[in-house]
Design a protein. Structure first.
Length: 248
């Protein structure tokens, strides 16, 4: 999109490069590499950065219910801050962990009309464990627990592996994609797949295990699966329950 001069309301939206991966997968390091390599001045906005803005001492005083609510508000605010920066014409590298279903659905909703390049950031489990041991701010097993859910949506514009390729190589691959992006993006395809028929509460929203989700519809006239069957499938999957963490 061509940039226009004048107030923010007349400015074409910037681009968002959304890096999604588990803790320790190399998202932040890759983001810093991209800042140096990309032709335009991008901002790096990470979910960790937003969590760190909150009072640490007061956060640790919260009971589990209040902590969960604070984390939800933080992540929802993060999504809207990134979208707001992009709508003002800024290019953003968004560093996130989409470990809960509602996070992706919320990003899809608030980033409508913005050019989003969705990048999956991977790393072999052994390397994740090695990196985790070097990070005292991460409880052991954090990355392994996140692996179960972070990439389950299964759709990206491109994917990189920081355990088998250098940061320079990963950055070069993303830059090449940005230079010649296809018209149809992962966010567009994901939005279409999540479209549900009118007349349903929350446009097809349901709640599974306390998270707001949207069922995929194979056509626009009827749901192909019930909330009950979705819950049954969700319940049958092994779940790793971790102690609450407020940083991601």
């Amino acid at each position: 999109m061509e940039r226009e001069s004048g107030c923010a309301g007349e400015t074409a939206p910037g681009r968002i490069v959304l890096l999604n991966g588990v803790s320790g997968s190399g998202k932040s390091s890759l983001a810093h590499r991209l800042l140096a390599d990309l032709d335009r001045p991008f901002f790096h906005m990470s979910v960790d950065m937003f969590g760190a803005m909150r009072s640490e001492s007061r956060t640790h005083e919260l009971d589990p219910s209040a902590l969960a609510a604070a984390l939800h508000r933080t992540r929802a605010g993060f999504h809207r801050a990134v979208a707001g920066m992009a709508r003002a014409g800024n290019d953003i590298i968004m560093d996130h962990v989409l470990s809960e279903p509602w996070r992706l659905s919320d990003c899809l909703a608030v980033m409508t009309g913005i050019d989003v390049v969705f990048v999956g950031v991977h790393c072999p489990p052994g390397e994740l464990r090695r990196r985790e041991r070097r990070r005292p701010d991460r409880p052991p097993g954090t990355a392994a627990r996140q692996l179960v859910s972070v990439h389950t949506h299964g759709i990206y514009d491109l994917e990189v592996d920081t355990g088998t390729a250098s940061l320079e190589e990963c950055s070069a691959g993303i830059k090449a994609f940005l230079d010649r992006p296809p018209a149809d993006r992962a966010f567009d395809r994901r939005s279409r797949s999540l479209t549900c028929p009118p007349g349903r509460a929350g446009s097809g929203d349901i709640r599974i295990d306390g998270f707001r989700c949207r069922l995929r519809c194979k056509d626009r006239c009827a749901h192909r699966e019930s909330a009950a069957s979705a819950v049954a499938r969700s319940s049958s999957r092994p779940k790793a329950r971790a102690k609450p963490t407020w940083s991601v």
